[in-house]
Ligand binder design. Structure first.
Ligand SMILES: NC(=O)c1ccc[n+]([C@@H]2O[C@H](COP(=O)([O-])OP(=O)(O)OC[C@H]3O[C@@H](n4cnc5c(N)ncnc54)[C@H](O)[C@@H]3O)[C@@H](O)[C@H]2O)c1
Ligand SMILES: O=C(O)[C@H](O)[C@H](O)COP(=O)(O)O
Length: 380
């Protein structure tokens, strides 16, 4: 069996080589020629799995080690009886950590007291739900817009899009879609952004095409820069709008989901799906090696300062989103000719998820706060 796998898929050789020959490839530039003799194709979000790529090939199974599936022509795969599996929720913790690291940065640099703000979320799927729950457990006033889930759970504060757009902090977690009753492409354009108020913080870690970048720049200018922006995803990746980069607080190269554990979980979920497709037993011993523990196991915390500061210190000890922003700005300045965006993603400096670390404190309220934001904690 021939397996083509994206070179950025962690553990690909280790997990898949007993099925057959694994060839690692650059997913962004993958061609039909490379794919045509493969039986199994394992991709990430940068490979457009279209008719052009796989028609006439021997591919019978496509796996994507990602949450998003907007790069896959699902209708084509199903019409041609090609099995497909993605990795729903694999990096939901990573993206949620990214959101709180972004807010921690806004507190540490600009004093944003986000815990007392009104929080609005767009999309209540695997990511949006986690983000919502962490805010709710932190005691924040939080609401969510998801027209497809509206009313599905009476304990959740579902609201209209306008209500979310009137919030102080807005976190975007909708998929990119071009059809259906509620397509998201360009869903936040000039008219919708009108509703934003001065001082709003926007965190965009879903897909780039959901927010109209020109309209966002215009709104920023209208508000005379009184806006906080944390952007991980961009309209024309891997090319990014440098005018936008120049005005945002945090610019990162689509790495919100790039925790070590999140990327490993993606590979593991696709491995399990392929075992199922091939009717082979899942080798659960492999899982122990497949998902790493964190590099820092315990943080001892005294808890001086306001709650945002206490949280920022511990969140940033595990993941400070500013490091990815600094790296991006530095690389774009130094290497203008190269594909900096993909280089940064390929050479990503590993980070762990918050839950891999215990918080040790002698104050019960600090433990609760840290549990709520995603750590594990225990009292002395
Ligand atoms: N930046 C990253 O690294 C990164 C990592 C993971 C996921 N993502 C993106 O985030 C998206 C969300 O992830 P997820 O795991 O929560 O996906 P999911 O499929 O579990 O949930 C998506 C949710 O969005 C809702 N939705 C659909 N159309 C909507 C609309 N018009 N308005 C509001 N909500 C709408 C759906 O009903 C669903 O509840 C993914 O599709 C992916 O594109 C980005
Ligand atoms: O949809 C996802 O899971 C994320 O966007 C994913 O982390 C993107 O990473 P990529 O597949 O491009 O390496």
């Amino acid at each position: 069996m021939k397996i083509i796998a994206d070179e950025n898929m962690p553990n690909a050789q280790r997990l898949f080589s007993h099925f057959g020959d694994v060839e690692l490839v650059n997913g962004r530039s993958l061609t039909h020629e490379q794919v045509k003799s493969a039986d199994v194709l394992l991709v990430r979000s940068v490979t457009k799995v279209t008719r052009e790529l796989i028609e006439g090939s021997s591919v019978r199974f496509v796996g994507s080690a990602t949450i998003g599936v907007d790069h896959i022509d699902l209708a084509y795969l199903s019409e041609h009886n090609i099995a497909f599996s993605s990795a729903p929720g694999c990096n939901a913790d990573a993206v949620t950590d990214y959101v709180f690291s972004g807010l921690s940065h806004l507190y540490m640099t600009k004093g944003l007291r986000w815990l007392s703000k009104k929080i609005g979320i767009i999309g209540y799927g695997n990511v949006g739900k986690k983000v919502y729950e962490r805010f709710a457990q932190l005691g924040c006033q939080v609401c969510v817009y998801d027209p497809l889930k509206m009313g599905s759970d009476s304990t959740v504060n579902f609201v209209s899009l306008n209500d979310v757009l009137a919030c102080d902090v807005i976190s975007l977690h909708a998929p990119l879609s071009r059809s259906g009753a509620y397509p998201t492409e360009n869903m936040l354009a000039e008219r919708e952004l009108e509703a934003l108020k001065p001082g709003v913080a926007i965190i965009s870690a879903g897909r780039g095409g959901v927010i109209n970048e020109d309209a966002l720049i215009k709104k920023y200018q209208q508000l005379k820069g009184d806006m906080h922006l944390v952007l991980d995803v961009w309209h024309r990746e891997p090319v990014i709008n440098q005018q936008l980069v120049a005005i945002v607080d945090i610019a990162t190269p689509h790495i919100a989901g790039y925790s070590k554990q999140g990327r490993e979980k993606g590979s593991w979920m696709v491995y399990k799906a392929l075992c199922q497709y091939l009717k082979q037993d899942i080798c659960s011993e492999r899982k122990q090696d497949a998902i790493s523990s964190g590099a820092i196991s315990v943080i001892e915390i005294k808890g001086e300062g306001c709650r945002e500061e206490v949280l920022a210190r511990s969140v940033q000890a595990i993941y400070d989103v500013a490091r990815d922003d600094v790296r991006l700005r530095y690389k774009y300045r130094e290497d203008k000719e190269k594909n900096v965006f993909d280089w940064l993603r390929k050479h990503y400096v590993e980070r762990d998820e918050l839950h891999t670390c215990f918080i040790h404190s002698n104050q019960a309220d600090l433990s609760r706060l840290h549990d709520a934001i995603g750590f594990k904690s225990y009292n002395k």
